[in-house]
Design a protein around this ligand. Structure first.
Ligand code: RUQ
Ligand code: CUA
Length: 643
């Protein structure tokens, strides 16, 4: 359809040129605007492909990580209009996230060793899948800094659970879902002891560990089932980006592994003199020519878990490397220097790996590797007894792509797209023939890239977004910290790639994103009132005192709260239940009380609870923080605190 729009626009353009302003029906002709703004025909075509008139909706949702903001960013494609920031690991005042009891309780699930953590380094969102296809029900997101995984319900676009990894001290290769969302995979990054105790670096090889956690997802409850989740212990290498097998590789997961050198640095003038003369980490950790891909049979691991073949560390089941090797379920295969991207093909037959320090992408053949695994045909073992497959015999081919290849996404057919970080380009190639088809410059230094439905068994092709680390000169200056630049690229078949749109994202560094067909999602417009235990019905508002405990049951509807005047005493413990009793779509009311650091966003049908103690006498106005009606300013009241 967009093709037609652009044809029509081109037609209109020609007409305008011919008849000038008078015949065009616009105040200005397209030709005039083009000249004034210095636009080319290609620009006009790009505009027509992305411009989304008021009321028209996008074809895809993009769920992007919010990077260091600890949130998720939602936007539409092709318009690139931002639709929402979802509060996850970080308080988000607009949504009241972290300012009412319910969201505080969820954030509190994310405490680490008893400490409240109010930020996250989100990297890789993962949409729930059924038979390897996005099903639009749930979204998972990880926190690399504080090893945690969160669940977001796509009916409400709200975070419903945060789970802390009890044994990792950092993570990265997450959140990856298995084809039926049986598990949400979370992979450690920086090796550390599983127990919460001090272990000297001298004991690194024996006592530090990596691992892969398989979080069991209970779809009926929409929650991760902590008790049915387990970790496979791995050597103290640095595990990295991960993907789940599908089709013939279903039941397996694949994890890049760097620092097989097990280098621990020490460089610099610190207070550990015995280490300080050593090479810096980046040199020591990339000294060898190859690292590994770690291959885990999670189906076999699940069996070991069910048989009770694990030990508990911090109350979490850990399956040992030894048991995994004995079960013929854990392998390594070398990968060229410092691998990063690791992407299983839609049909599950190949895995494309790209190493930052190698110009090639390596295409691994699952058939070849599986044959070697089945016939126990191994080249060697690593120091921990993990069998290593032969590199050459595992490869289908290696393809020279350019400088600093990172991540690969699949398009239609055998088309793939790989980001070239150092070269600031996207390269389009065929992974079955190894033919490089085209290269397109981007601005600048792309990390991840995402194609429409790219991680499913049936990618759409159509659109690609380049998630660029640097924007440099693309936008108006806003001081030394620049926004990120997401560039939308048209990759429809049979035509060269075309850059359509630059979108600044000023909210942390999004690493990865996923793009899903919009019609797969069924978000609600109002809450079911019954789902709230403390719901207050209109006419049943009241204030109940029980000793020092005061419980307020109140309602909000355009344009008043009920009750509007509430009298309490200094030191009272207040529990304030507030129900928005609206039915109308988009009729949200806010709620805050002066100086108490509480804020609610009450959407139609929702009940929120606020708990606080007023320890100073005084007059505390409360008011609605959403401009909800002509009498919104009057939507207010007094909390009177008597001495
Ligand atoms: S990883 S590009 Cu999490 Cu590549 Cu950032
Ligand atoms: Cu309710 Cu403003």
């Amino acid at each position: 359809m967009l093709e037609n729009v652009s044809k029509a626009l081109k037609g209109a353009l020609l007409t305008c040129v011919a008849v000038g302003v008078a015949g065009s029906g616009f105040a200005q002709s397209l030709e005039e605007v083009k000249t004034q703004r210095g636009l080319t025909d290609k620009d006009i075509l790009a505009a027509a492909k992305t411009y989304t008139p008021s009321g028209m909706k996008d074809e895809y949702y993009v769920f992007s990580s919010g990077g260091q903001a600890g949130q998720v960013i939602v936007y539409g494609v092709p318009s690139m209009r931002i639709l929402k920031y979802i509060g996850v690991f970080t308080p988000e005042p607009w949504q009241g996230w972290g300012f009412d009891k319910h969201s505080k309780d969820i954030l509190a699930q994310g405490k680490i060793r008893g400490k409240e953590i109010t930020w996250g380094d989100t990297h890789h969102p993962g949409l729930s899948e059924t038979k390897g296809d996005y099903d639009g029900q749930y979204l998972f997101i990880n926190d690399k800094a504080n090893p945690r995984v969160a669940v977001i319900d796509l009916k409400t676009f709200e975070t419903t659970q945060i789970v802390v990894n009890p044994i990792f001290k950092s993570e990265h290769g997450s959140t990856i879902v298995t084809p039926n969302t049986e598990y949400v995979i979370e992979v450690a990054q920086y090796a550390a002891p599983f127990e919460d105790k001090y272990v000297p670096l001298e004991d690194y090889n024996d006592k530090y560990r990596g691992g892969v956690t398989y979080w069991k997802f209970d779809r009926k409850k929409g929650k991760i089932d902590i008790k049915r989740s387990f970790t496979v212990e791995l050597p103290p290498y640095m595990q990295d980006v991960t993907d789940a097998g599908k089709g013939p590789s279903y039941g397996w997961s694949f994890t890049n592994t760097v620092n097989s050198e097990r280098y621990q640095g020490g460089f610099g003038n610190g207070n550990v003199p015995e280490f300080s003369k050593r090479l810096p980490n980046e040199a020591g950790m990339s000294a060898k020519d190859t690292d590994y891909m770690t291959i885990v049979n999670w189906k076999a691991a699940e069996k070991l878990f069910q048989q009770g073949k694990y030990k508990k560390i911090n109350d979490h089941a850990v399956i040992s490397m030894d048991d995994m090797v004995k079960a013929n379920a854990l392998f390594l295969v070398p990968e060229p220097k410092s691998p990063h991207g690791n992407d299983v093909s839609p049909d599950g037959t190949h895995i494309i790996v790209a190493g930052k320090l190698d110009t090639h992408a390596s295409v691994y053949s699952w058939t070849k590797m599986k044959n070697m695994i089945d016939s126990k045909d191994f080249a060697s073992t690593d120091p921990y007894g993990l069998p290593i497959l032969d590199l050459k015999r595992s490869l289908a081919r290696q393809v020279n792509l350019g400088l600093g290849p990172l991540h690969t996404q699949y398009g239609k057919g055998d088309s793939v797209y790989t980001s070239l970080y150092v070269e600031s380009s996207i390269v389009h190639w065929n992974y079955k023939t190894g033919k490089v088809l085209e290269k397109m410059p981007i601005n600048y230094n792309v990390g991840h890239l995402v194609t429409a439905e790219g991680d499913t068994v049936d990618p759409d092709g159509k659109y690609l977004i380049s998630l660029n680390k640097l924007a440099i000169d693309r936008f108006l200056g806003v001081g030394p910290l620049h926004p990120q630049n997401h560039q939308l690229i048209d990759i429809k078949k049979g035509q060269p790639m075309q850059l359509l749109y630059d979108m600044p994202l000023p909210l942390g560094e999004p690493h990865y994103a996923q793009m899903i067909k919009a019609d797969k999602l069924k978000p609600i417009v109002r809450y079911k009132k019954k789902s709230f235990k403390h719901r207050v019905r209109p006419g049943r508002e009241k204030v109940v005192r029980n000793g020092n405990n005061v419980t307020i049951y109140s309602t909000a509807i355009r344009s008043h709260y009920s009750p509007e005047v509430i009298k309490v005493k200094v030191g009272d413990k207040i529990t304030w239940h507030m129900s928005n009793v609206e039915r109308a779509q988009d009729q949200t009311h806010g709620f805050t009380v002066d100086g108490l650091n509480i804020h609610g966003s009450l959407e139609p049908g929702e009940t929120s609870t606020f708990e606080f103690v007023v320890d100073k006498e005084g007059v505390y106005p409360f008011y609605c923080t959403e401009f909800c009606s002509a009498l919104h300013l009057e939507m207010t009241g007094y909390l009177l605190v008597e001495p």
